[in-house]
Design a protein around this ligand. Structure first.
Ligand code: F6P
Length: 475
């Protein structure tokens, strides 16, 4: 049966692990995009197309007719998983999507040494084209006449144009969950690659972004690099005779669902354990993937400077820094995790005493403990170099009634939460240290008032609404 509404993303709603005896175990997929969408899709008959990411996933796909996991009896919603050859997948996902497009859009390169676009990159780019082609083909096979197809993120920038070439009848949208780079930085990409990414997205009828800032940057790139005609007032880009509408659709948190999850017994148990660990000290909390763009090292340096500047807080404050593992196939991420651990050790060596541990760093994933930390936080530190939105900045205020938010002005969330957060320049360590102090000494009535407004803003755009807007944009 073909589908009227389809969604495509690299990571799907479930993943599988393969035990030694060959048994497959299914679990829910992770990450902002997937958790938001999975919640919003409950009960819908939309078809989700994703890639197999691991050997476990590949094992499950091979046992499913046409990769349809739901038809193989898995409770995963309507889901087709693509078994893209591992080497092709690895080059497309790690080398191009995560090491190139992610780096460009988050401005992460250390330009004296990187990027280097050489013959090896060309092989990786060919794999990215092949990977996008596999998605376009699967979507073309599954889509009913006139179907709506919603393609997600930087992994799949070429798929919209590829799908349009074979299925001109379907309505296509592309959505970027990341920031978008300004033209002078986007132009680090080889000219043909930059043009292919932009015109790939312009294969869609609708190109969506999380904030006006990222949408404007995309339009600037289309004008500067493709010479496309951009109508800023109407938010349209016309290129090679086709017009794509550019939309802004913020994404927030389902407040009720999050509050319900955060009141479950496993979270209560973590609250008790954390309270025992830190006593009645004030808490500065951060929760991130160990991701270069999250700026964890500068966050720790800011805490160190705060301790140096404010000895009156010694023994009275603890920084809980939860930095969960991410993308460990990439050497930059392994090195970054080590840099985070080194910086944490320096802080401990300088300031820890028999009675006081100034910093608790954990690099292990424990979701209920993160929810417990949000509930206990006096200050939430969210200081990314650049971020599409950042849902941590929204989850914290939803679970706390008195937490002060120190937020990077480079996070998409700053557009919605900036008025009630303490905004910082993520590169300004002294400025961030000063903001941590200001957040700690903020009077109780002010923190409660700000937190109440943050909570309303954070829950204003739940994933269900985001999804409904994506579908409506193709009507
Ligand atoms: O920020 C965009 C995003 O798709 C997030 O939703 C997600 O957390 C990440 O990028 C992708 O992560 P991963 O490589 O773990 O799938």
């Amino acid at each position: 049966m073909s589908s009227d509404v389809l969604i495509a993303s690299n990571r799907g709603p479930v993943s599988f692990s393969l035990s030694d005896d060959g048994t497959l175990t299914m679990r829910r997929g992770g990450g902002g995009l997937v958790s938001g969408l999975s919640e919003a899709l409950k009960g819908s008959d939309l078809l989700w197309v994703c890639a197999a990411l691991s050997d476990g996933d590949r094992g499950a796909v091979r046992l499913a007719p046409g990769g349809r996991l739901d038809q193989a009896g898995h409770d995963a919603g309507r889901l087709r998983m693509l078994d893209i050859p591992p080497a092709t997948f690895h080059r497309a996902y790690n080398a191009v999507a995560n090491s190139t497009l992610w780096f460009v859009n988050h401005l992460l390169y250390n330009t004296p040494t990187a990027p280097r676009f050489d013959a090896r990159f060309r092989r990786e780019w060919a794999s990215y084209q092949e990977y996008n082609g596999a998605f376009a083909l699967a979507l073309a096979e599954e889509a009913a006449h006139g179907a709506k197809v919603m393609i997600q993120d930087y992994h799949l920038t070429l798929a919209p144009a590829m799908l349009r070439a074979v299925r001109p009848d379907v309505r296509i949208s592309h959505f970027s969950h990341t920031p978008w780079a300004p033209p002078e930085y986007f132009s680090l990409l080889p000219d043909d690659v930059a043009a292919e990414v932009l015109s790939g997205i312009l294969g869609a009828d609708h190109a969506g972004f999380l904030t006006y800032r990222w949408a404007d940057a995309f339009m600037d790139c289309c004008a500067a690099i493709l010479g496309a005609r951009v109508d800023r007032a109407a938010r349209t880009v016309t290129h090679r005779g086709r017009t794509t509408r550019v939309g802004v659709h913020g994404l927030g948190v389902d407040g009720d669902a999050l509050r319900a999850r955060a009141s479950e017994p496993d979270v209560e148990a973590r609250i008790t354990a954390l309270k025992q660990q830190v006593g009645d000290r004030r808490l500065i909390v951060r929760v991130d993937r160990t991701e270069l763009s999250k700026n964890i090292v500068r966050g720790l340096m800011a805490y160190r400077e705060f301790l140096a500047e404010h000895p009156e807080w010694h023994g009275k404050v603890v920084h809980l820094a939860f930095a969960y593992p991410s993308r460990h196939d990439l050497p930059e991420y392994r090195e970054y995790t080590a840099a985070v651990q080194r910086c944490a050790k320096e802080i401990e060596d300088t300031y820890a005493t028999e009675e006081w541990d100034p910093l608790i760093l954990s690099v292990y994933d424990d979701y209920p403990r993160s929810l417990a930390a949000y509930r206990l936080a006096d200050v939430l530190l969210v200081n990314p170099i650049r971020d599409g939105m950042n849902l941590v900045a929204k989850e914290g205020p939803i679970l706390s009634s008195r937490c002060a938010l120190v937020l990077s002005r480079e996070a998409g969330a700053a557009a919605e939460l900036g008025a009630d957060a303490l905004l910082v320049n993520p590169f300004d360590i002294s400025g961030t240290a000063a903001a941590l102090h200001e957040a700690l000494v903020m009077p109780e009535d002010e923190r409660a008032e700000r937190c109440a407004r943050l909570r309303i803003a954070a829950a204003a755009l739940p994933p269900r609404q985001w999804l409904a807007e994506q579908i409506a944009a193709l009507s």
